[in-house]
Ligand binder design. Structure first.
Ligand code: GDP
Length: 430
């Protein structure tokens, strides 16, 4: 393969998701030949605004809205075919014929996965991660049980039936015998519906790993679009308060079949403060007026539910891990404008756990529950000068540059993209 380092770029979340990956992706997607998702399912969400047209996407990579890039759903993604068909119809209604390819190896979310998600939610009590009830955890579990159904199977009714018998029986047993609920849908109903989905999606299903290999060899530009963030990674996050997939850049290889040796530029998106949807301890969480002010200014309310998000100060213990585990080559620091007007800005640099000074994310839930933030408080910058994005980095207030320098030193990674507003032009590239 060619080794042009700038041709493959990955964008990943460095916190709890909602860092502003959509805006950063927007910068690169329009000029990419391919935009690729490598993990998760329709539990993710991006809002992309192009020429005043707003797109809310859950499964199809956001590159689709530009018309030019080919969107790829890699094998590491889990696909609800009904949801995918709806999203294809949604994009078409907005006047775009999606250039879309779906990996033949991607696992399929079945109705019994969604039923299992619902049945499991009562079972997890305090350790519940806050499922979106879209069947994501059960479909990944079935993949590992070797009960899974892949996109290619929908095109081969005999093999599909064989696998469905196995998967359906197993899920029905779990739902009815272990969890005491009833699975109403029959195997025949599922079979007919899903064979039909297969027929409708046939034109999109192929070996996307080979497609990407050939594209890279031909010098095409490829963008990998991460969903959620590092603390939600099922291996490196705050388990079990995580999502069910690997959000880390390392999973791009296994989730798409593109070698990790070819991925040279990895951008971690860091929001200048924290927000969190769902449960888990959150050491630098804040409450009261400061929290309300941050929440209001940052519009930190759930996109679909409208529920207020938990908010807190920037946690560099978390970002330090994101830099290390993802191998970040740079940081895109977003929503700095939301911090305008604070006189002082505490930044969490370490945790105090029973008197011990901890600088790396602990695996131990006991330690994480006890973790008290150790803050370094930096001076704020008041309001930003008007049209600061036109004036360049050097014109930023000194205290803001200090804030950025401090982050770079603490986590040992350069901040190359500075975002000071939701719009595309409200960005400073260093
Ligand atoms: P994702 O989950 O990481 O993809 O998060 P989104 O891209 O959906 O971003 C969350 C919200 O933050 C969106 O409404 C963006 O428009 C907004 N946003 C992104 N960057 C900035 C910024 O620098 N300042 C402000 N005020 N809003 C931003």
């Amino acid at each position: 393969m060619s080794s042009n380092p700038s041709k493959i770029t990955a964008i990943v979340g460095a916190q709890w998701g909602d860092e502003g990956k959509g805006k950063v992706t927007d910068f690169f997607a329009g000029e990419s030949d391919y935009v690729v998702r490598f993990h998760g399912g329709n539990n993710a969400g991006h809002t992309v605004i192009v020429n005043g047209n707003t797109f809310k996407l859950h499964l199809i990579p956001s590159g689709v809205v530009y018309g030019i890039p080919t969107s790829i759903i890699g094998n590491g993604v889990v696909v609800d075919p009904g949801a995918l068909l709806n999203e294809i119809a949604y994009v078409k209604e907005k006047g775009i014929e999606p250039k879309l390819l779906v990996s033949d190896r991607a696992h399929v979310i079945m109705p019994y996965h969604i039923a299992l998600d619902g049945a499991l939610s009562g079972h997890q009590g305090e350790l519940a991660a806050g499922s979106t009830n879209r069947g994501i955890a059960p479909v990944y579990a079935d993949k590992m049980f070797r009960n899974g159904i892949r996109m290619v199977d929908l095109l081969e009714p005999d093999v599909f039936r064989e696998k469905l018998e196995k998967g359906y029986t197993f899920a029905k047993g779990l739902i009815e015998k272990s969890l005491g609920q009833i699975l109403k849908i029959t195997i025949d109903e599922i079979f007919d519906t899903y064979v039909n989905y297969g027929e409708k999606l046939k034109a999109y299903i192929c070996d996307t790993s080979v497609e990407l290999y050939n594209a890279h060899k031909a010098g095409k530009t490829i963008l990998f679009e991460g969903a959620q963030g590092i603390s939600l990674d099922v291996d490196h996050g705050i388990y079990p308060y995580t999502t069910s997939s690997n959000t880390a850049a390392g999973h791009i290889s296994t989730g798409t079949g593109v070698s990790f040796r070819d991925i040279n530029r990895i951008i971690g998106v860091v929001k200048a403060y924290l927000s969190r949807v769902g449960e888990s301890p959150l050491p630098s969480e804040i409450h009261g007026n400061e929290a309300s002010s941050l929440r209001e200014k940052g519009s930190e309310y759930g996109t679909t539910t409208g529920r207020p998000r938990r908010v807190g100060w920037l946690d560099l213990v978390q970002v330090r891990q994101a830099v290390r585990v993802n191998g970040l080559t740079e940081i895109a620091l977003t929503k700095l404008d939301v911090l305008n007007g604070f006189n002082e800005l505490p930044v969490c640099v370490a945790y105090d756990v029973d008197g011990d000074h901890i600088t790396e994310m602990p695996a131990s839930l006991t330690q994480y529950r006890k973790a008290k933030p150790i803050y370094k408080t930096l001076p704020g910058w008041g309001d930003l000068p008007e049209n600061i994005w036109d004036r360049g980095y050097n014109e930023l207030p000194k205290t803001l540059k200090n804030y950025i320098d401090f982050i770079e030193r603490e986590v040992v990674c350069p901040v190359k993209i500075v975002s000071v507003g939701p719009q595309r032009h409200e960005t400073i590239i260093r």
